[in-house]
Design a protein. Sequence first.
Length: 469
Amino acid sequence: MTNVVIIGGGPGGYEAALVGQQLGGQVTLVEQRGLGGSAVLTDVVPSKTLSAVAEVMTRLRGAGELGLRLADGSCDLAGAIRVDMEQVHQRIRELAQAQSEDIERQLLADGVRVIQGVARCATKSLIIASTDHGDQVLPADVLLVATGARPRELADARPDGERIFTWAQIYDMDTLPERLIVVGSGVTGAEFASAYRALGVDVTLISSRHQVLPSQDNDAARLIQESFEERGIVIYNDARALSARRQGDGVVVGLADGRSVEGSHCLMAVGSIPNTAGIGLEDMGVVLTASGHVVVDKVSRTSVRGVYAAGDCTDGFALASVAAMQGRIAMWHSLGDAVAPINLKDVASNVFTAPEIATVGATQAEIDSGALNARSVMLPLRGNARAKMKGLTQGFIKIFCLPTTNIIVGGVVVSRWASELIHALSVAVKNKLTVDQFAESFTVYPSLTGSLAEAARRLHVGDSEVILY
């Protein structure tokens, strides 16, 4: 029997535990807080639940254009709704806890031993789990480190959980903030700014770059910036926040250029720090990056034989889907099952703003820099019949293909529910489908997916193009 010890119960840890047990390992998982980790308890599940509430409010605000009225004749449906933030956050916490309990039940039902405690590595084959009932010594033939990450904090902007928050603390607010300052315009900051604006909050977004979402497709990021500004979000571009402090019943954020921004509350969304310090990794010889992330190869191996790592503590993509796949791959590889190295070009990701941005595969930046020779088409959604029916005026489809073979190598979808639409392009990228194969598959009329097929048809012959209608 192979003893497998997993440190961390997030997606990388619990998915690995299920596979490890399935393959005959004797799996012990050590988790400090609760199964699901940050992804379930304080990050992905909570934030996307908040985004779902915000989406309802966004749709209500567009109801008047569809001819919907209140009984008194008013078309301000959203204005007739009061957001009970205490109830919203209570529901978020309950959903997160329920999901965590579901994961624990599944692990226990499959025979995984779950220990609540803090783990540290005495050696690579001897793990100490500190619990409320004392230390437990765990032998490990295989060790998987899946300790995740925590919000990064600025020295002069310490969160207090009352006026200044991290993304893990913000669900403790009982009331809707009057004026919310969001520091950081990456994915986390943009998603919260979008959600709280939809809930009726005055939002100011501090961006250290020239526009929001600097890591995303430039056309998509520009559209989101324009959408934010149209919705009344105040954006400080090229502005670096140095401090955040309480002042009376509010918060003042200090910028590097001497300006200050005042609000009622502040959300710090300035990145994350891997939870790799103090658990014995460096003593074992595990190589870390300068930022503290574990260096892994494409089958999740670290620099030490028998030690694997998965999730946000590694130097890969900080996505729950990637963490889960890294964890599974680690078990397949360590326990002798068939395994294919992870290919990050196949990873689909999504930004849950309004509209959403979904991407997969090759990027526009790679094409523009000359790193990839590819053709592309960019097709606005406003010409799509289903989009018109739903009152969708923003968004586009972008597809990239190789110039000779016409194989689809990437794509971008900007739309409401882009996260649901990207899967077709993910299948195309994964299976190296040509634009003709993709376009010849039937789509429903009317549907937003029809624009995916139309964009592919545009790439049948000719050069890259942008369709302006």
